[in-house]
Design a protein around this ligand. Structure first.
Ligand SMILES: *[C@@H]1O[C@H](CO)[C@@H](O)[C@H](O)[C@H]1NC(C)=O
Ligand SMILES: *[C@@H]1O[C@H](CO)[C@@H](O)[C@H](O)[C@H]1NC(C)=O
Ligand SMILES: *[C@@H]1O[C@H](CO)[C@@H](O)[C@H](O)[C@H]1NC(C)=O
Ligand SMILES: *[C@@H]1O[C@H](CO)[C@@H](O)[C@H](O)[C@H]1NC(C)=O
Ligand SMILES: *[C@@H]1O[C@H](CO)[C@@H](O)[C@H](O)[C@H]1NC(C)=O
Ligand SMILES: *[C@@H]1O[C@H](CO)[C@@H](O)[C@H](O)[C@H]1NC(C)=O
Ligand SMILES: *[C@@H]1O[C@H](CO)[C@@H](O)[C@H](O)[C@H]1NC(C)=O
Ligand SMILES: *[C@@H]1O[C@H](CO)[C@@H](O)[C@H](O)[C@H]1NC(C)=O
Ligand SMILES: *[C@@H]1O[C@H](CO)[C@@H](O)[C@H](O)[C@H]1NC(C)=O
Ligand SMILES: *[C@@H]1O[C@H](CO)[C@@H](O)[C@H](O)[C@H]1NC(C)=O
Length: 521
C-alpha cells in the first residue's frame, strides 16, 4: 500500500502540468449592480477593476477576448459622459499605467475574434482585479474598441477559447475552465443578483432532475455561437389562451444562448406572429418601438414557454418578460423611462450577436441554470432554483477526460500530443515508484506510512470532483441523441467511472480513481 500511496501522491503533483489544478477551489463572481466612481451610473454585470478603473462588465458566452469601450468615444460633458458610460457597460480610459498596447501579431491569445471593418481596436493587456474576491490577473488580454456608432461594447469574454478563463486557471484562481451560471434577474420588480462559478457550479440553484445535455456548436446556427439549442416551439400563454409563434408546427429553428443581451431575439416570422397575437401597434399619436406597447396591452403579454427539440421546456414568467418601458436614462442608469407603457423582452432583427438568429438572452437564463464544460465540448441546462433564501452549495468540477492518456484519443478538439506528454511522466513515476517500493521492501522504514485516503481528503477538502454521465436519452429526441453520442463516446468509460464514484459520496473523486488506474503497472 505505501507504494500505491506514493505513486498516487507523485501523480498528484504532476497533475498541474496538465494545466488544471484540481486542488484550487472554484471562483465565485457575483453578477450585480455596480455604481461607478461618479456615484451615478449603475450597471449590471461582473465588477472588474481594470487598470484601477471600475467596470460592470456584461458577460459574453461567444467572444473569446474581453473588450472594453474606449472612454474617448463618450462626450466629455459630465452628464452626457455618464449616459454613454451607463449604456456601454462601463468605459475604459487608456494611459501608460492602465494598459500595455501590443501589435496584434504579438498579442498572446489563442483565438482573435473577428470584428467589423470600421472600428479601431487596440490590443493589449491590463491588470484586472475582481472586487470581493482575491483573484487578480496581472496581464489580462483586452481589446479597447473605439466606435462612436455602437451604443455599448464592454464585455467579459467567456467563450470556448476565453483568454480570461485560461488566465484564471493558469494563475490558480480556478481549477478548470468549466462554468456554472445562475444569471439572476433584471426583472423590474423582482431583480436578483446572479452568480458565475468558474471551475464548478452551485448545486442549490441547479435542479438536477430537469437536466439536459447539449453538444457545443451542435445545431448549425448561422452565426458562430457555441451554445446552440434547437427550438421546437415557442408558446405565448395570455388572457386569450395558448398560441404558438411557429406557423409551421413541424419546423425547427436553431437558436443561441448568450447573456450579451437580456431580451429574446426571434426570427422575423416568429416576431410577426408575436406582434399579431399581442396586437402590437407602431403609432397611436406617439411612436412605439418593436418592444413597447400602450399599458392596456399587458394582459396579452402573458408568459412564454420555450420547448427544445430534446423535450427540455422552460416557462418564462410574466414578471421576467414584461416591464414598464425601460432604457438608459440621462444619468446613465437603466431605469423606467415611461410608466404609461409596457415593454416586452422580445425583439427581432439585429440582436447584439448580429444576424437575424434567434437568441435566448438573460431573461431566458433567469429561469435556467447553465453549465459549460469546454474541454468535453458540452453544456447543460436545468431549471434554475430561484429561491434566494436557499444558501449556495458550490461544488468544484474537475473533468479528467481530456487530460488522461487512456481517454485522450479521439476527443473532439483534444490534443493528440497530450497522451505522450502525460504518458512519459507517468511512466517515469512508475519506474521511480517501483524503485521506491523495492527500497521500502529492503529497508522497512520506521516512518509512518502516508495514508492515501487521508492525503487526498485533505487535498480535496474544498472540492467535490464530478464528471457528468451521458444524459439518459429522451425518447422524442432522435437527432439529439445522435449528436450527443458522437460527442460523448470517447470519454464514456471515464465519465461513467467518475459518476459511479461521484454518486457514492462527497469525498469521492473520479480524477483520483482514473489516476490510480493509469499509474498501476
Ligand atoms: C495548485 O493549487 C494549490 C492550492 O491552491 C497550490 O498550493 C499549488 O501551488 C498549485 N500548484 C501549481 C503547480 O500551481
Ligand atoms: C448632452 O445631453 C443633453 C441633454 O442631456 C443633450 O441635449 C445634448 O445633445 C447632449 N450632447 C451630446 C453631445 O450628446
Ligand atoms: C446596447 O446596444 C443595443 C443596440 O446596439 C441596445 O439595444 C441595448 O439596449 C444597449 N444596452 C444597454 C445596456 O444600453
Ligand atoms: C503566451 O501565453 C502562454 C499561456 O498564457 C504562456 O505560456 C507563454 O509563455 C506566452 N508566450 C509569450 C511569448 O508571452
Ligand atoms: C472563439 O473561439 C472558438 C474556438 O475555440 C471559435 O470557434 C469561435 O468562433 C470564437 N468566437 C468568436 C466570436 O470568434
Ligand atoms: C439594480 O439596479 C436597478 C436599477 O438600475 C434596480 O431596478 C434593481 O432592483 C437593482 N438590482 C438589485 C438586485 O438590487
Ligand atoms: C395552455 O397550455 C397549458 C400547458 O400545456 C395548459 O395547462 C392549459 O390548459 C392551456 N390553456 C388553454 C386555455 O388551452
Ligand atoms: C414618429 O416617428 C416618425 C418617423 O418615424 C416621426 O416623423 C414622427 O415625428 C414621430 N412622431 C412622434 C409623435 O414622435
Ligand atoms: C409615455 O407614453 C405615453 C403613451 O404612449 C405617451 O402618450 C407619452 O407621450 C409618453 N411620455 C413620454 C415622456 O415619452
Ligand atoms: C425557499 O427556501 C426556504 C428555505 O429553504 C423555504 O423555507 C421556502 O419555503 C422556500 N420558498 C419557496 C417559495 O419555495
Amino acid at each position: 500500500m505505501p507504494l500505491f500511496a506514493f505513486t498516487l501522491v507523485l501523480c498528484w503533483f504532476i497533475a498541474p502540468t496538465w494545466a488544471q489544478n484540481c486542488s484550487v477551489p472554484p471562483l465565485t463572481l457575483t453578477i450585480q449592480n455596480t455604481t461607478f466612481s461618479d456615484g451615478i451610473v449603475v450597471n449590471r454585470g461582473i465588477q472588474t477593476l481594470l487598470g484601477g478603473q471600475l467596470l460592470g462588465l456584461r458577460l459574453s458566452l461567444s467572444q473569446n477576448n474581453t473588450r472594453v469601450r474606449n472612454a474617448r468615444d463618450c462626450p466629455e460633458r459630465a452628464a452626457n459622459f455618464s449616459r454613454c458610460q451607463g449604456a456601454s457597460g462601463g468605459v475604459f480610459s487608456i494611459s501608460e499605467d492602465t494598459f500595455t498596447s501590443v501589435p496584434p501579431s504579438r498579442w498572446n491569445v489563442s483565438v482573435v475574434d473577428p470584428h467589423p471593418q470600421d472600428v479601431t481596436i487596440l490590443y493589449g493587456y491590463g491588470a484586472a482585479e475582481f472586487p470581493g474576491t482575491e483573484a487578480m490577473v496581472d496581464a489580462l488580454p483586452v481589446e479597447v474598441w473605439s466606435d462612436t456608432d455602437a451604443q455599448n461594447k464592454s464585455e467579459l469574454a467567456l467563450g470556448p477559447s476565453s483568454s480570461f478563463l485560461s488566465r484564471l486557471v493558469e494563475h490558480s484562481w480556478a481549477p478548470t475552465r468549466n462554468i456554472g451560471l445562475y444569471y439572476g434577474s433584471r426583472s423590474q420588480n423582482q431583480a436578483k443578483d446572479g452568480r458565475l462559478i468558474i471551475g464548478g457550479f452551485d448545486e442549490a440553484r441547479f435542479d438536477a432532475s430537469t437536466e439536459a445535455e447539449f453538444p457545443l456548436f451542435g445545431y448549425g446556427a448561422a452565426i458562430s455561437c457555441p451554445l446552440q439549442v434547437m427550438l421546437a416551439d415557442v408558446i405565448l400563454t395570455n388572457s386569450e389562451g395558448n398560441h404558438s409563434l411557429f406557423r409551421d408546427p413541424d419546423s425547427r429553428v436553431p437558436a443561441c444562448i448568450d447573456t450579451i443581451q437580456n431580451a429574446f431575439t426571434f426570427t422575423k416570422t416568429m416576431y410577426d406572429q408575436w406582434a399579431g397575437l399581442t396586437r402590437h401597434i407602431d403609432f397611436d399619436g406617439s411612436n412605439y418601438t418593436g418592444q413597447t406597447y400602450p399599458a392596456d396591452r399587458e394582459p396579452l403579454l402573458g408568459t412564454l414557454t420555450i420547448k427544445l427539440s430534446n423535450g427540455y421546456t422552460s416557462v418564462i414568467p410574466h414578471f421576467e418578460l414584461v416591464s414598464n418601458e425601460r432604457g438608459t436614462d440621462d444619468q446613465g442608469k437603466y431605469a423606467v423611462l415611461n410608466s404609461s407603457r409596457v415593454m416586452a423582452a422580445i425583439q427581432s432583427g439585429q440582436g447584439d450577436l448580429g444576424n437575424d438568429v434567434p437568441q435566448l438572452g438573460g431573461v431566458f437564463l433567469s429561469q435556467n441554470y447553465l453549465r459549460i464544460d469546454y474541454d468535453q465540448r458540452k453544456f447543460w441546462l436545468a431549471k434554475a432554483v430561484t429561491n434566494t433564501s436557499l444558501p449556495a452549495e458550490i461544488t468544484g468540477v474537475c473533468t479528467s477526460q481530456p487530460t488522461m492518456p487512456v481517454t485522450n484519443e479521439g476527443i473532439p478538439g483534444g490534443n493528440k500530443d497530450l497522451g505522450l506528454k502525460v504518458g512519459l511522466p507517468v511512466a517515469f513515476i512508475i519506474v521511480i515508484a517501483g524503485l521506491f517500493g523495492l527500497w521500502r521492501f529492503k529497508h522497512r522504514s520506521r516512518l509512518p506510512s502516508p495514508s492515501p485516503g487521508g492525503m487526498f481528503t485533505q487535498l480535496h477538502r474544498n472540492i467535490n470532483l464530478r464528471g457528468r454521465p451521458p444524459q439518459a436519452a429522451d425518447p422524442g429526441a432522435r437527432e439529439m441523441i445522435q449528436t450527443h453520442q458522437t460527442a460523448t463516446k470517447p470519454s464514456e468509460s471515464a465519465a461513467a467511472q467518475n459518476t459511479a464514484k461521484a454518486d457514492s459520496g462527497r469525498e469521492s473523486d473520479g480524477y483520483e480513481d482514473a489516476t490510480r488506474r493509469n499509474s498501476l503497472p
